[in-house]
Design a protein around this ligand. Structure first.
Ligand SMILES: Cc1cc2nc3c(=O)[nH]c(=O)nc-3n(C[C@H](O)[C@H](O)[C@H](O)COP(=O)(O)O)c2cc1C
Length: 165
């Protein structure tokens, strides 16, 4: 199993928020976490379940995540999607943020086992002048939610959607 996290190193407002979620899920799933965008897609062949995650940038996952999926061959593997974001889910539904990656995965033949998202510290745009928002997120509750989600995946449950904070 593998959790793949894309690290948008080019963005100054990146805080490693999604990395915390990936690490927490990986502990439960006993999975490897890849952080590089520079992945040889053939090296993913050995995994039966792949998690695709990054922060949300401009209403969707980081572009490099979509680019990676586009390079993959058609498959019947299982996948899950995760993200951290600045905005509350009641302001923007999770479906909107994940749909780009979800549609790409479905086109490639992946069976989507679940989706997870929670708040992350956000210093995008003018927020950096006021110290950012969501300080301390993901918090302990979010990490607990991530553990619950990963435990469900491990037990073969399929989630249509789970959103943390
Ligand atoms: C350039 C930029 C654009 C962003 N766009 C959004 C957005 O459209 N919606 C949102 O909820 N959060 C947005 N955010 C906030 C990030 O998704 C949030 O800080 C996330 O936790 C970052 O994850 P990371 O630390 O793993 O990269 C944006 C942040 C940056 C820097």
């Amino acid at each position: 199993m593998l959790i793949h996290i894309l690290y948008p190193e080019d963005l100054t407002a990146h805080h490693g928020n999604t990395k915390k979620i990936a690490g927490t899920m990986a502990e439960v799933l006993d999975a490897e976490v890849l952080e590089s965008v520079d992945v040889d897609v053939s090296s993913l062949d050995k995994y039966d379940l792949i998690g695709f995650g990054s922060g949300i940038y401009g209403w969707k996952h980081h572009n490099s995540l979509s680019a990676l999926i586009d390079k993959m061959s058609h498959t019947n593997k299982k996948a899950f999607i995760f993200s951290t974001r600045g905005n509350l889910i009641r302001l923007v539904p999770l479906e909107n943020y994940h749909k780009n990656v979800r549609n790409r995965l479905l086109e490639k033949g992946f069976e989507i086992m679940g989706e997870f998202s929670c708040l992350g510290f956000d210093t995008s745009g003018p927020l950096r002048f006021v110290g950012g928002k969501n300080k301390g997120y993901p918090n302990e509750n979010d990490l607990d939610d991530a553990r619950t989600f990963a435990t469900g995946l491990k037990n073969g449950y399929k989630f249509t959607k789970i959103a943390g904070s």
